[in-house]
Design a protein around this ligand. Structure first.
Ligand code: GN1
Ligand code: MG
Length: 361
């Protein structure tokens, strides 16, 4: 990672004038990019795009720039504040491009949305409000030209392909860790058949391809500090054509869990039905009429599947030597995988309850 002086040099290349020498400090708890809070007047967020995760950062930035432009227009049409309803990129002063390229690294600067907070865990009221924001997000992108988006991470939610990668990593076992996690490996193997359900429904045309967010974990939603309203869905790196089932499921994976994905006391990890109910109600109010019958039918299952996919990705990364997700201690990815598998069990136990919530909403 570049040092602070190098980051200051990067900052000076963006088309923004800070009113003094901008302070810089690490910011947020994303698992992918190095992120800093930069400056106070105006406050901005500086990120160095993780090239191991996104091999083509330019494509990521072109997507984000196009999507935020589109969203801003739609937000204005809805009579809302475009600076608060989505991200605003600050361009490179010289090139006008939505990033600064320095020594092969891609940096981006966005305006900090003021007086906003994000949560790792929340209650039903926050989930209901987040669901409305998500519903508006897909609605506002429903006329975005999907074929102009780059597929920045091919097969991002191709759960079957994720399973194949998991299998080959178990077989290669490059760090000799597989033997010590045989229970976790068996847990995934027992659920192989689940991995193809949504991709097959998409291939059959029963579940449409839409422009989706693909990373709707709760802490990617911003809430107004004073009113508690949900303001925006941020972290737009993975906006790509996909199925909204993964977004619905992922929002609940993170937002309806009783504890964060770092919790290691697994007795404390389960789905809170009242949160699932609140999000489902908010989402169906906003977007329910546009769903196909098969999409609606698969909503409850999607909660389990995306949680399995995420746990499988954490376990794969643990076996591969922790090369993808940012970790804060040596067995962090394993702890996250166990946490997700506890949630999968909770989703399995609650499948009929989740189904009833979709039917009643
Ligand atoms: C990553 O970037 P962040 O922390 O919001 C990951 C998601 C995972 C999530 C698990 C591009 O999200 O897919 O669900 O971690 N993003 C990418 O915490 O891989
Ligand atoms: Mg994030």
């Amino acid at each position: 990672m570049p040092d602070l002086d190098a980051l200051r040099a990067v900052l000076s290349r963006f088309a923004v004038d800070f009113d003094d020498r901008p302070p810089l400090s690490p910011f947020g708890n994303g698992n992918v990019h190095a992120t800093y809070l930069a400056g106070t007047v105006p406050p901005t967020v500086l990120q160095c795009v993780n090239r191991a995760v996104f091999p083509d950062p330019r494509a990521v930035m072109e997507n984000v720039a196009a999507v935020t432009r589109h969203l801003q227009k739609r937000i204005v049409c809805d009579g809302e504040d475009p600076l608060r309803g989505t991200l605003t990129l600050i361009p490179d002063r010289e090139t006008g491009l939505p990033y600064v390229l320095l020594d092969g690294e891609y940096y981006r600067l966005t305006r900090l949305i003021p007086d906003a907070v994000s949560f790792d865990v929340a209650g039903p009221d926050a989930l209901y409000r987040a669901a409305g924001v998500y519903g508006r997000f897909v609605r506002r992108l429903s006329d975005f030209p999907a074929d102009t988006l780059h597929e920045v991470i091919p097969g991002f939610h191709d759960t079957r392909a994720r399973f194949e990668t998991f299998l080959s990593t178990v077989e290669a076992d490059p760090f000799g860790r597989a033997a010590s996690v045989s229970d976790e490996i068996a847990f995934v193997l027992a659920r192989e058949a689940d991995c193809g359900v949504i991709v097959d429904a998409m291939a059959a045309g029963d579940v449409p391809l839409r422009v989706t967010h693909n990373d709707t974990k709760l802490n990617n939603f911003l809430f107004d500090k004073a009113t508690g309203d949900c303001i925006a869905l941020i972290d737009l790196d993975t906006v790509m054509p996909g199925s909204l089932l993964f977004d619905y499921g992922d929002a609940l994976r993170a937002g309806a869990a009783s504890a964060s994905e770092d919790e290691t006391d697994l007795d404390r990890v389960f789905f809170k039905t009242e949160n699932v109910a609140a999000f489902t109600r908010g989402f169906l109010e906003e977007f329910g009429e546009k769903l196909t019958p098969r999409e609606r039918e698969l909503l409850p299952f999607s909660v389990k599947l995306i949680t399995l996919e995420c746990g499988m990705r954490f376990l794969t990364d643990y076996l591969a030597g922790d090369v993808y997700f940012r970790t804060r201690y040596p067995a962090h990815n394993l702890a996250r995988a166990r946490n997700q598998f506890a949630l999968v069990c909770s989703a399995e136990q609650n499948l009929s309850a989740f189904t009833a919530l979709v039917e009643q909403a």
